[in-house]
Write a protein that binds this ligand. Structure first.
Ligand code: EPU
Length: 432
């Protein structure tokens, strides 16, 4: 096991390039199983969730070839199995996209109950409601989900809850269905639009992704032989934006879509820091004074994203004044506040609300990443803190950020990954 060791109080300076979006990539790879052919996926983040998904897809009979660090081909001509390896699919959330894709392509599928970050209850009733409305039979039992169909027939599906996963899964299942499917009240995140664009590049007819109604006209067949580039990661870009603000730094973020970052930019300006679009895919963020307090409520896109709530929490933990964050998506996404309090923050949380009494300085301490975005938040805290921070449980962070410590190091952070049991990992020996 590795840990990160950070010597803090570094204002980040320089340039960083954003990778493709994790939450788009983990849907696009299963979507590639809808065709009987070969697709090339570029700008693919090289992260453990993607590697795990590649392993699962290979188990189903597809052939994956890495053609560079961030590009693969998927040859899905020989899907020989529709039972995904149970233990592997339980390890993360996005394995549920195999249900939509394989229902469409093969008519039957079995996966383990999806795992993922522990953020409270994560039901999949809206996915099941969608599959059943299309005519599938879904059985859930003993930690396994099994879905079968004679045929899928397009219909109107109203989402009771705005769900990223259910919206994508219903799109995957319905592109090859007979007739038209209408999804009312879908999620509108950039990765929803990206998955729709990928499906349309394969020959699907998906309209309205990113709006309040998605209309899918079923087609008989999808074609391969396309090359598709994954959309830049809104959350990775936002993580670096908030790291620039928290550390009183000055950084330029490249390969992002600035339109997707408006919900973050608005809050950055509100607290007295600066964000300026340089062109459609570059943003400059800097902060030269202690940010002021702000209140945040996480919401589905285009609201403030829950996946940036912990990183924003670090900023507000050091802001001037008392801030309130209301987490409206997940039941339990304030576990990181206990870790921040070990670093001198003054945060009290109850249920879906946390109160941040801003302190002027955080102090280095040993802390643990409780989930992916909590881990990113703790790295930012460590970079800002006085003294040395050790972050444990890095497997959460590696699920979703490619080369995160290398990127922060290039921005000037004093951050090193060491083996937990390395006798030479004396904290005082960190390079200046
Ligand atoms: N929900 C239901 N029933 C369902 C589906 C969702 O009640 O059938 C509820 C959830 O419990 C939650 C809300 O609806 O309260 C939203 O859940 P959603 O389905 O949108 O979340 P998800 O698809 O499981 C994705 C991301 C998460 C991100 C959320 C919200 C992936 C693989 N995961 O999860 O990303 O927080 O959307 O934007 O795309 C992360 O990247 O760190 C992460 C947790």
């Amino acid at each position: 096991m590795d840990k990160l060791v950070i010597k803090g109080k570094t204002p980040l300076k320089g340039e960083v390039t954003i990778n493709g979006a994790k939450n788009a990539a983990v849907a696009i790879l299963p979507a590639a199983l809808l065709i009987d052919g070969i697709t090339t996926i570029e700008n693919l983040p090289n992260i453990s969730d993607v590697k795990l998904l590649c392993e699962i897809i290979e188990n189903l009979g597809a052939k994956i070839t890495w053609i560079s660090n961030n590009a693969i081909t998927i040859d899905s001509r020989n899907i020989s199995c529709t039972q995904a390896p149970i233990e592997l699919t339980r390890k993360f959330r996005a394995s549920y996209y195999l249900i939509g894709a394989l229902l469409g392509r093969c008519g039957e599928v079995q996966v383990g109950m999806p795992g993922g970050c522990k953020l409270g209850a994560r039901p999949i009733d809206q996915h099941i409601k969608g599959f059943e409305a299309l005519g599938a039979k879904v059985e859930v039992g003993q930690g396994i989900i099994k879905a079968t169909r004679e045929k899928l027939i397009g219909t109107n599906i109203y989402m009771d809850i705005v769900s990223v996963g259910a919206t994508i899964n219903i799109m995957l299942a319905s592109v090859l269905a007979e007739g038209t499917t209408i999804i009312d009240n879908p999620a509108k995140e950039p990765h929803i639009v990206d998955v729709a664009n990928f499906l349309n590049a394969l020959g699907a007819d998906v309209r309205g992704a990113g709006t309040d109604v998605i209309k899918i006209n079923g087609v008989q067949k999808l074609e391969g032989n396309i090359t598709y580039s994954v959309v830049p990661d809104q959350i990775e870009a936002g993580t670096f934006m908030l790291a620039a603000v928290a550390s009183h730094g000055d950084i330029i973020i490249r390969n992002c879509i600035t339109k997707h970052l408006e919900c973050i930019t608005a809050k950055i300006l509100e607290i007295g820091a600066h964000a300026e679009e340089l062109d459609g895919d570059t943003i400059h963020v800097w902060c030269n004074k202690r940010p002021t307090k702000a209140n945040i409520k996480t919401l589905p896109y285009p609201g403030f994203p829950t996946d940036l709530q912990p990183q924003m929490g670090v900023v507000l933990s050091m802001a001037n004044g008392t801030s309130i964050i209301n987490e409206s998506i997940w039941e339990s996404r304030f576990q990181y506040t206990d870790e921040l309090n070990k670093m001198g923050a003054k945060i009290t949380s109850q249920g879906k609300t946390a109160i941040f009494e801003g302190v002027s300085t955080l102090y280095g301490a040993p802390v643990s990443a409780t989930d992916l975005r909590a881990g990113a938040a703790l790295i930012i805290a460590g970079i800002c803190a006085d003294g040395i921070t050790e972050i444990h449980n890095l497997e959460h962070i590696d699920r979703g950020y490619e080369n995160i410590e290398e990127k922060f190091r290039k921005l000037g952070a004093n951050i090193t990954r060491v083996k937990e049991d390395d006798p030479n990992n004396h904290l005082v020996d960190l390079p200046e």
